[in-house]
Design a binder for this molecule. Structure first.
Ligand SMILES: Cc1ncc(COP(=O)(O)O)c(C=O)c1O
Length: 355
């Protein structure tokens, strides 16, 4: 299904018969700490600037991102969320054969279809922890123009071990394919990023986002990290001003806010583990190990489907992500965002009634 996403509050609230503010949203995986006060202050301070055009290339944000990641500004391309870059990449590179590892963010398939790519799909196996299996996958890379995978995987929450990832990058490189690694949630496990490997792989693109880990989905700040040559090629396809003045200021403040980063790296894993324990106690869910701020679960009762559970929980004013639309999953799977302990307790109470 095209454009199927969590966090569609207007539609969810309509289905629940309440206003969006009254919904407890577990369907979008946004940092439960919410907006950092430093970012809020930066947005307020930047407000008078909206009467001017922002910098067409968001140069200040680009420099801040480069210094944050230890790369050169020529290796960074800021954009209006990483979704802008997904569409831009597929237009700029116009790949023929393209392979997507699933489950995957639905916009890859949508963008590649629009760009006329010949799509192939690799389904990651639940019993293999939703991690790529090299003996099966490596032979599929030959002849591909583009390969897409996410690390951590969304919605599975799995992390690809570095040696597996490097073997894939090597094989994609040898095949002459562009490898897109979606790192939208990697800030929770920054050391797992492939950013330090960019120097070895000129056709590697990392897609990053401030949406998830900095709780900024409404501002739209994403960026690509790649070789200077690839960034220059992609830049030619990007219109000016796609990072607006408030988004640029917020992005710079978010990167500088080390205290917020330390807090979420400490608290989110703790809250996730508590949540996982609480969910498992029902004995009716298989909850998969995860490294980010969401959990994928399989409903073990064959008589209960994700759409039915979602509808029951909506009557309790709680939204969850029904994973039916994800290729390779289906109606037995749900995804739940990690939220604050008191909010998780409300969901667990509601599940007691709904499962
Ligand atoms: C894996 C993945 N990549 C990219 C995105 C898009 O993020 P952005 O808000 O930066 O466009 C999402 C959003 O749900 C996602 O789950």
């Amino acid at each position: 299904m095209r454009h199927a996403h969590g966090g569609d509050l207007r539609r969810l609230a309509m289905a629940a018969g309440v206003t969006p503010e009254r919904l407890l949203d577990f369907s979008a995986s946004i940092n439960p700490l919410g907006l950092s006060p430093a970012v809020e202050a930066a947005i307020t301070e930047a407000l008078p600037a909206v009467i001017h055009y922002p910098d067409p290339e968001a140069a200040a944000l680009r420099e801040a991102l480069a210094s944050y990641h230890g790369l050169s500004p020529e290796q960074v391309l800021p954009a209006n969320g990483s979704t802008e870059l997904i569409y831009l990449l597929t237009r700029a590179l116009a790949p023929g054969r393209s392979l997507i590892l699933h489950p995957a963010f639905s916009e890859y398939e949508a963008a590649l279809e629009l760009a006329g790519a010949r799509l192939e799909h690799e389904l990651l196996d639940e019993d293999h922890g939703f991690v790529p299996e090299l003996p099966r996958l490596l032979p599929r890379l030959a002849g591909q123009d583009l390969v897409v995978l996410a690390n951590p995987n969304n919605p599975a929450g799995s992390l690809i071990p570095k040696p597996t990832l490097l073997a894939l990058a090597e094989a994609a490189h040898e095949a002459g394919a562009t490898l897109v690694v979606d790192e939208a949630f990697i800030d929770f496990v920054e050391e797992a990023s492939l950013k330090k490997e960019l120097a070895h792989f000129p056709r590697l693109v990392l897609l990053r986002s401030l949406t998830k880990c900095f709780a900024l989905p409404g501002l739209r700040v994403g960026y690509a990290l790649a070789s200077a040559e690839l960034v220059a090629r992609l830049s030619r396809w990007k219109g000016p001003w796609s990072v607006n003045a408030l988004a640029g200021a917020a992005g710079i403040a978010a990167l500088a806010d080390r205290e917020y980063q330390e807090r979420f790296r400490l608290l989110v894993p703790r809250w996730r583990e508590e949540f996982q324990g609480g969910l498992q106690r029902f004995g009716q869910l298989r909850v998969f190990p995860a490294v980010a701020n969401y959990l994928l679960a399989r409903l073990l009762d064959p008589g209960l489907s994700a759409p039915v559970l979602k509808a029951r929980l909506l009557r309790e004013r709680i939204a969850i992500r029904d994973c039916t639309s994800f290729r390779g999953l289906g109606p037995a799977f749900i995804r739940l965002a990690v939220r604050r302990p008191e909010e998780q307790a409300l969901l667990l109470e509601a599940l007691e009634r709904c499962l």
